[in-house]
Ligand binder design. Structure first.
Ligand SMILES: [Zn+2]
Ligand SMILES: [Zn+2]
Length: 292
């Protein structure tokens, strides 16, 4: 059986809102039957106003230093675990600062030899959209309401995908995080979703089918069933992400992701592998996927 996840591996060692060490996360992946496990720590934010509330004692220069420590540690652990677990080292992007995120993310990517990239959007016009309902409400106010915020989010996602062409697009519809178990989208939001999916298809990126909502009891995996079905009809590939933020999260909820993938009509899920010459994307039939 093949068992893998590529969006996650956040650890308390390098991320204030995660727990445990990176080695403990990888030990948990071994114990829970993973053969391949990708770690994608958050990119460092560059402005004081983008620091989270639990980072108030830090400066952007500290985040940059912590991120470099992550890259070094993850790269070393990749070798140390090699006989037990195929570890891939990547990172998860940001779209802040609003006017220079593309250059920042490109520079970060070019600065180290990553196996892959998770392209994610956590901000619209500099406002966090997954931090709290209050901050999301402020973002909505800024762009002209909740529906406008959804449209702006998916348009931001499309421009991130087009600009960075990430290996994986993280939590495609994160914007509905606080909208309950069965959110609905307006006609305009659906148009924005379709533009974003078209950007994903054009870039050849994979969609992260992400179990974080299941873990936090916030609804079905990202993306919603109707988005996933549309993606399948467009020929967009999918992969798995537990979005783990500590050893206890590793693999949690991935069975709900597999169910959603089956319901959407997929037959295969893509697994990234470290091969001579670079990272390759390999299709794994659904019946061969599960813990070892
Ligand atoms: Zn996080
Ligand atoms: Zn994320």
């Amino acid at each position: 059986m093949a068992w893998f996840s590529f969006h996650g591996g956040h650890s308390g060692e390098f991320c204030r809102h995660a727990s445990g060490s990176l080695a403990e996360v990888l030990e948990s992946a071994v114990a829970r039957g993973f053969g391949v496990y990708g770690v994608s720590e958050h990119a460092p934010r560059e402005r004081v106003e983008d620091l989270y509330s639990d980072e108030r004692d830090l400066l952007p220069v500290d985040l940059a230093r912590i991120f470099q420590a992550y890259v070094e540690r993850a790269t070393r652990l990749r070798e140390e675990f090699a006989d037990r677990l195929e570890v891939l080292v990547g990172f998860e992007t940001e779209v802040v600062p609003p006017d220079s995120w593309l250059e920042s993310m490109q520079a970060l990517r070019a600065g180290s030899s990553f196996d892959y990239l998770v392209g994610s959007v956590h901000h619209v016009e500099g406002f966090g959209i997954d931090v709290s309902e209050q901050e999301s409400a402020r973002a909505a106010e800024r762009v002209g309401g909740g529906d406008a915020l959804r449209c702006a989010y998916f348009d931001q996602l499309a421009s991130m995908v087009t600009g960075l062409r990430p290996t994986i697009v993280g939590h495609f519809d994160l914007i509905r995080k606080f909208d309950g178990a069965s959110p609905t989208f307006s006609v305009d939001a659906w148009k924005a979703i379709e533009r974003a999916l078209e950007a994903v298809r054009e870039a050849g990126s994979l969609l992260d089918v992400n179990s974080a909502p299941a873990r936090r009891r916030l609804g079905p995996p990202y993306p919603l069933p109707e988005i996933l079905e549309r993606a399948r009809r467009m020929g967009i590939g999918v992969t798995l992400g537990d979005d783990s933020h500590g050893p206890a999260d590793v693999g949690v909820g991935l069975e709900t992701c597999l169910e959603a993938i089956v319901v959407a009509g997929y037959r295969e899920v893509t697994c990234l592998r470290r091969r001579v010459g670079g990272t390759s994307a390999e299709a794994v039939p659904l019946e061969e996927i599960g813990p070892a």
